[in-house]
Design a binder for this molecule. Structure first.
Ligand code: ARG
Ligand code: ZN
Length: 874
């Protein structure tokens, strides 16, 4: 059953208030919901029936205005409860009692058991697994919640808003009541019950209000909360300073749970987090983990305004809150660390992963038009491309204009459930501008292709650029319209200095061109010599830029471009071109040789120390295999791997002294504090180690092992172990073993241990993965574990997953079929390893298709998996 955006109608009824009473128990939780319902004056429908969503619920009783309903007055189906005749002329009260079984809930949606705690996940449509309700985001209600539970098992009882009372009951039970003063959609409801420790702090808002901050974790994790807490305080301050937005309740709670389908959830006043995005101690978490925690803590906090105070009218508008909030968390993380590095990381992820989605069978617009299962639309397109769309609006309006627009948006729509259109309209109205064409970014799928033609006239000192845009067809969208693409541009003088130029009658160092036509010419004057063009600076639009450049020109840009993004990009293109030359040689059976200019360019990067070390590490990192594959007509996994390895090894051999010197310069025996200086040192040093490990000499093996054995922080330890695992290191087995023994009590570290082995490029990886499936620490019911092994192997190990005999594909399909019965959301995420089948050779295509067909033919297939697998085949 497909749901369409065009079919949207306002809700027929509204529920202004709901009182929820939970009698909590692992297997028999009793829910009592008292709802104040009335007809929605906004609704044109005239049916007298009222349909409430509900799934996997056992009804105990139902009454309207205190009168129990007779069997003939309602109908309970698999997905809904229908009251045939609801009162039309007055508000009324529905009282429902039902039972649920949290322990049987392996889908982790609704109320479920994670280790020994009870918790909820309601977005997108999990509330209907708690009780019957108008489970849609444009129905906003005030929630009062009372939790009753055994005092020993569940000493801590949490829900949204402020605590309003608590007390003791018979049989060692107790109760706690909560009230959330803000009306909200039910997807923001949450409850948590468990034996939890509270790490507490405080934040004073810009208007002087004191907010209690509480992070709840299991006892053994109390020592891993300080970074999350600091990140939360930073986020609160940042949102005040950047957007003028202040927190609105007296209490902000975060709970970390082991079993979670996604990263985290912004439930009002009570965020529930995957432990992965809360817990960190220098010896258990890497610098990247620290960054992700800061980003996700920020993300969920920022949702309090972009998502909760102003929410979505319907789930097609998901990017309204997600794209905007991702943009906000990207800005935040950039401001906390280095904007240049953050931007590169974000673009890199977008281009390797979202671009693939946008070019494949699952491509959809930022605002999708149809879905079978909404959980399948928490995608890279809705999140990351959605963030790029907001970023372009920011670029077009400038920081000040964007802020003005956001102010109007929050003021105009506070307390409402609105659309992407409302967001754009607020930005327009606040700035007196018009984004008619720009809106196409919300409705048109696919990554636009941008090409450039240059024409320099020496006599007049003028440069003319012809920009052309096109966009390949995507499912259901054969023909595309031109988009409004902001193209940031700078020019470099032949000596590498930034050029000042004339554009549209004014002098500039940098301009943002508004490309709106399929083909458009731009002219730049006052040039002393032919400039080198630096285009799409900062990656000002999510497009593929095709601009033929010589290796010399790329090396020139790598040394001189003042735009940090384009400087990095030049290095990436330089390496990419070199790798593709080698791929050609491999495919033609010719000997391999790396262009000397590439070695010289990297030599220069290595020598250019003293700046931002994290940035320097990024300059040294070769493009990933998946990024390279994305640019091939027919992906040749082995050639891509072999060519990239050849470049890495050649650079390691040619520049061994430089890599070693830099390694020694920055290697410290340190406990691993998370400050920009130390992080940069570790990044650069470990990048050098990764190159040096390609030498496969006794010295290089010793270097990695010394770092591994001596490491006092997880970044250094895991980087060294990665170097060992991905080489022919003689002590590999022993190192993996000792790492396991050291960390077996730390689930998040053991996840890393699984992932390292699942992503190894060494022979035997597939057999290892199969063995790891039988390891006592592996568990199909723990999403983090499944992602660490099955997800990592199928999504981050192209070489072995795409083995020509199809064993990787068969393995994945088997796992998907198993997971389908346990956790449809996780199962459907795993299918993506097969979705790109059209990109491979005929043999692999047919093997992958075969597995997709086997999945589609599975009995009792969930909507989640069915939608992804069948659309992949279509
Ligand atoms: N709103 C959450 C976030 O982005 C994600 C929750 C998604 N949950 C799901 N079941 N699809 O922070
Ligand atoms: Zn979000």
């Amino acid at each position: 059953q497909t749901v369409y955006l065009k079919d949207y109608t306002p809700p027929e009824y509204l529920i202004d208030q709901i009182e929820l009473d939970f009698d909590l128990d692992e297997q028999r939780t009793r829910v009592r919901a008292k709802m104040n319902v009335r007809r929605n004056p906004q609704s044109a429908a005239d049916s007298v029936a009222l349909s409430l969503w509900g799934e996997e619920l056992q009804l105990l009783s139902i009454a309207v205005d205190g009168r129990p309903l007779r069997d003939s007055e309602y109908l309970v189906g698999d997905e809904a409860l229908i009251i045939h005749e609801a009162p039309q002329d007055r508000p009324f009260e529905i009282l429902i009692e039902n039972l649920i079984n949290p322990q049987a809930n392996t889908a982790l949606e609704g109320l479920y058991l994670s280790s020994s705690m009870l918790c909820t996940q309601c977005e997108a449509q999990g509330f209907r697994k708690i009780t019957w309700f108008l489970d849609r985001p444009d129905v906003m209600s005030r929630f009062k919640t009372t939790l009753v539970a055994d005092k020993a098992k569940y000493p801590v009882l949490l829900s949204n808003g402020n605590k309003t009372g608590s007390g003791e009951l018979d049989n060692n039970r107790h109760w706690v009541s909560w009230e959330d003063p803000f009306a909200k959609p039910c997807y923001l409801f949450a409850l948590v019950a468990g034996q939890l420790e509270c790490v507490a702090d405080e934040f004073v808002t810009m208007s002087g209000r004191r907010i209690a901050l509480e992070i709840f974790v299991e006892q053994h994790n109390v020592d891993k909360c300080s970074h999350a807490m600091q990140s939360l305080k930073n986020a609160m301050r940042w949102d005040e300073e950047t957007y003028g937005l202040e927190y609105d309740l007296d209490l902000y709670m975060i709970v970390a749970v082991d079993h979670f389908n996604m990263g985290a959830m912004e439930n009002k006043g009570l965020n529930v987090f995957n432990t992965k995005f809360v817990l960190a101690r220098p010896d258990t978490a890497t610098d990247s983990d620290y960054e992700h925690i800061e980003g996700v803590i920020g993300h969920e906090y920022f949702h309090n305004w972009s998502g909760n105070r102003v929410t979505c009218r319907d789930w097609f508008q998901l990017s309204l809150k997600e794209g905007f909030t991702v943009f906000r968390d990207q800005q935040f993380s950039g401001d906390m660390t280095s904007p240049a590095v953050k931007r590169i990381e974000d673009v890199n992820a977008l281009r390797t992963r979202q671009f693939a989605e946008d070019a494949g069978p699952l491509a959809h617009p930022v605002r999708p038009e149809a879905y079978i299962e909404i959980n399948n639309f928490y995608t890279l397109t809705v999140y990351e491309k959605g963030a790029e769309v907001v970023r372009m609006l920011h670029t077009l309006l400038g920081a000040e204009g964007f802020r003005k627009g956001c102010d109007l948006y929050f003021q105009r729509h506070d307390g409402q459930a609105v659309t992407c259109e409302d967001f754009v309209k607020a930005l327009e109205d606040a700035n007196g501008v018009e984004f008619k064409q720009f809106r196409r970014w919300y409705s048109q799928a696919g990554t636009p292709l941008l090409t450039v033609e240059q024409d320099y006239d020496a006599a007049s000192g003028r440069l003319q650029l012809t920009l052309r845009q096109s966009c390949p067809p995507t499912p259901n969208q054969p023909v595309k319209q031109p988009l409004h693409i902001p193209v940031k541009l700078g020019l470099l003088n032949p000596d590498g200095t930034p050029a000042t130029f004339e554009f549209a009658g004014e002098r500039h160092n940098e301009v943002t061109l508004n490309l709106t036509e399929a083909e458009q010419r731009f002219s730049f004057g006052n040039l002393a010599g032919q400039p080198v063009v630096s285009l799409l600076r900062g990656f000002s639009a999510p497009v593929t830029l095709k601009m033929p450049r010589s290796l010399d020109e790329l090396a020139f840009l790598l040394s001189h471009d003042s735009d940090t993004f384009n400087r990095w990009e030049a290095g990436q293109q330089l390496a990419t071109q070199a790798i593709f030359q080698l791929i050609d040689s491999i495919e033609l059976g010719r000997p391999l040789q790396l262009e000397p200019i590439v070695v010289e360019a990297y030599r220069k990067v290595l020598a250019d120390t003293g700046g931002d070390l994290s940035y320097q590490a990024l300059l040294l990192a070769l493009p990933e295999e998946s990024y390279l594959s994305g640019q091939m007509a027919v992906i040749d996994v082995e050639a891509v791997h072999q060519a990239r390895e050849f470049v890495k090894k050649t650079l390691a051999i040619s520049l061994a002294d430089q890599f070693l010197e830099l390694y020694r310069q920055y290697h410290r025996d340190e406990s691993g504090c998370f400050d920009a200086g130390a992080v940069g040192r570790r990044r650069l040093k470990n990048t050098c180690l990764s190159y040096l490990s390609k030498l496969e000499t006794p010295d290089s093996h010793r270097l990695a092992e010394q770092q591994f054995r001596g490491a006092r922080n997880m970044t250094d330890q895991i980087s060294a172990l990665a170097a060992i695992v991905n080489s022919h290191h003689p002590d590999k087995a022993d190192c993996l073993d000792s790492f396991y023994r050291q960390w077996q009590q730390e689930a998040l570290v053991i996840d890393k241990w699984f992932t390292l082995q699942a992503t190894s490029s060494m022979p035997n990886t597939f057999a290892n993965v199969q063995n790891l499936m039988r390891h006592p620490a592996f568990d199909m019911k723990t999403p983090n574990r499944v992602r660490a092994l099955v997800g990592a192997f199928s999504q981050s190990n192209p070489l072995h997953f795409h083995a020509a005999n199809g064993e990787g594909y068969r393995f994945l399909a088997d796992r998907v079929i198993e997971l389908n019965a346990l956790n449809p959301q996780i199962a459907s995420r795993m299918v993506s390893g097969l979705a790109q089948w059209r990109r491979y050779d005929a043999n692999r295509q047919s093997l992958m298709k075969q597995e997709l067909q086997r999945i589609v033919a599975t009995e009792q297939l969930s909507k989640d998996v069915y939608e992804i697998a069948s659309k992949s085949l279509a």
